[in-house]
Ligand binder design. Sequence first.
Ligand code: ASP
Length: 341
Amino acid sequence: MSSKVLLIYTGGTIGMVKSPNAASLYPIDFNNLLDNISELELLNCKIQIISLETPIDSSNINTFHWVEIAGLIEENYKYYDGFVVLHGTDTMSYSASALSFMLENLQKPVIFTGSQLPIGDLRTDAKENLITSVQLASLKKDEIPVIKEVCLYFEYKLFRGNRSTKINADHFKAFASKNFPPLATSGVRINLRSDLLLNPAVNSDLLVHKDLSTDVALLKLFPGIQQTIISSILDTENLKGVVLETYGSGNAPTAKWFLDLIEKAILNGIYIVNVTQCSGGKVEMGHYATSAKMQSLGVISASDMTTEAAITKMMFLLSVRTGLDFKLAFKNSLRGEISKN
Ligand code: ASP
């Protein structure tokens, strides 16, 4: 039986045009989108398209949009074999990471894609990205979807969504997943790594988590960062969690004022997660003296998680776990976002 795929259009370059009066790009009405890709009719699959109420440039995305996307998937879950989310590239890895945590027990593919050039552009990358994403979303074996997780497809590679990150603003190869291999590569054939795919328990129903905390901060260290900057962030009212972007394998200054501020924040019940500024590799607290003290104060290691996965996991976990439970859940893999040690 042919597959049914739902395209969820959220905006982004893929569906943008140049305004006649200005040089900037803005999102168009999604209904016109498919007129540009008649090739989709050749696929053995029925495609329907819906849109966010107001398509946006993904720089404007926030948690309400994530809830809207999750809600559209929930409402349509039983009617489709797979979902393709058309999204701007700027924040696509954040959205794919967030959705991976929000959609528990997912048994169907949710594939984020977009493009660097608008779909109507002569040299566009939109067609290949969209066509292959639909193909991947429609894959079934014995009538059961092959992919059962949130992914991101771009420029011939399918990544686990919560392992991906945007690495280039100009190249068609705009995304990478430095700490986890691609789930599929698309060449003459699509080569799917079934051994890497998530395989959630089959008897559980889809659970959609719509509560996300925004009482979080992302703090990137740099040599010379001032005490007042760090203290004003950590003293923010209602702050519940901070993702601290540290150097190398999780290292930070050992200055007393810095460690005192971290200690005070943790004693005040703020979770502090250590993620590396490097694009690959992992945090190993205790490996150097410059991370050992943070470890003893209770800073949580994000190991090889991306910043996008760490911040969205924190937003998700803050609404469902507390105390030790939060720490354990953070260090464990919920949706394949972190490697086993
Ligand atoms: N600014 C655009 C967006 O993220 C860029 C893109 O789609 O590639 O919505």
